[in-house]
Design a protein around this ligand. Structure first.
Ligand code: KG4
Ligand code: ZN
Length: 343
């Protein structure tokens, strides 16, 4: 098998984005993402609607990825797909599609853990970003996960801290919902926060032991605060939206950075990466850069398009697995729960 010239077609369908990418070795030739606006009106992802939309999107998205990369499917070396974790109905679409295409083209199939992919996204070769050195710490912050992972090598990962309840993306999205903003509210909070005062309002930080997180109390604190304020002034949200968003974002970032500082101290590791949808947040991106000066860290922040769900990150894991001859059996099945350290 030629390992100098590897072409991977990658497919991601774990939640509400249908994505396909083509990689040549560790370089991305195309990365097409079709989002699903249908969930906006429901205030969150509706699993049944997500899997239906994946069914509709997958063929055109794969076609577009191949044509943008300007390659023929006969040139492909292997097909990588997200096996889990994620919504079962969504995962099944990508899994079945990848299995059928691998059979049809008679090329190997590679299964990928979505959360490993958020971390290994840092190994996509790009002119403007550098790759972390092992061992490094990776904080995965998304709509479904919040973990601190010690990354010893591409495939040796140890979870050293995680959320005991809500994920940080949920803290953003649920706070946004309380403010009457549509789903997903994380990017909107980020946008309004840019014009606001982060010290305008204060919210309590949870007291959680070790390197673990908790965000359910935070969301309740935001709810009670808004209920109290709007009782006194029904226009409170409207008149203070920027300041409320800036204050919410400020506390969430503080909670994340506190744990990263603790993890860095405990492990002695100063190479710190972030990954997952919430790493698109401009406040966390800026704070990570500031931490380089404050604590002597070398921080790694993915290129914007590799933060939220995308198939390019699935493709880079596919490439490294291809080099290791780590192929999946055609009988493989989607896995809604899939631990990062058992992938
Ligand atoms: O990784 P991702 O695309 O999907 C999951 O695997 O969950 O992450 C989606 C999460 C959502 O909660 C979304 O609100 C959040 O990432 N997010 C942001 C921003 N962009 C996306 N949160 C805060 N600020 C942003 N700019
Ligand atoms: Zn994700």
């Amino acid at each position: 098998m030629n390992k100098d010239d590897v072409y991977i077609l990658a497919i991601e369908s774990s939640c509400d984005d249908t994505s396909a990418a083509v990689l040549h070795n560790d370089k991305v030739l195309s990365n097409v993402v079709a989002g699903q606006e249908i969930h906006e009106e429901y205030g969150g992802v509706v699993p049944e609607l997500a899997s239906r939309a994946h069914q509709q999107n997958i063929v055109p998205v794969v076609h577009q990825a191949l044509s943008k990369a300007n390659i023929d499917k006969k040139q492909l070396s292997a097909i990588a797909f997200t096996r889990g974790p994620g919504l079962m109905g969504s995962l099944l679409v990508g899994t079945s599609f990848a299995k059928s295409l691998s059979l049809g083209l008679n090329i190997p199939l590679i299964e990928v853990n979505h959360m490993q992919a958020h971390i290994l996204a840092h190994f996509i070769k790009e002119p403007e970003t550098s790759m972390p050195e092992f061992p490094f710490l990776a904080m995965t912050i998304s709509g479904g996960h919040t973990q601190i992972v010690k990354v010893n090598s591409h495939f040796d990962m140890e979870v050293i801290g995680e959320t005991l309840d809500d994920a940080v993306g949920e803290a953003f999205d649920k706070s946004a919902k309380i403010l009457g903003l549509p789903y997903p509210g994380g990017p909107l909070i980020d946008q309004y926060a840019k014009e606001g005062n982060p010290k305008a309002f204060s919210f309590p930080k949870p007291k959680v032991k070790d390197l673990n997180f908790s965000f359910s109390g935070f969301k309740t604190a935001v709810l009670y605060f808004i209920q109290k304020q709007t009782k006194e002034n029904p226009k409170f949200i409207e008149e203070n939206l920027n300041d409320i968003c800036a204050s919410i974002q400020h506390v969430i970032i503080d909670i994340l950075i506190d744990k990263l500082k603790k993890a860095s101290k405990q492990t002695g590791i100063k190479q710190i990466a972030i990954g997952g949808g919430v790493s698109a947040n401009s406040g966390i991106r800026k704070t990570m850069k500031d931490c380089e000066k404050r604590f002597g860290w070398k921080s790694y922040i993915p290129k914007f398009e590799y933060t939220t769900d995308n198939a390019a990150m699935i493709g880079i894991v596919g490439y490294y697995k291809f080099l290791n001859d780590d192929f999946a059996d055609i009988k493989t099945t989607a896995k809604a729960r899939f631990a990062i350290d058992h992938a």
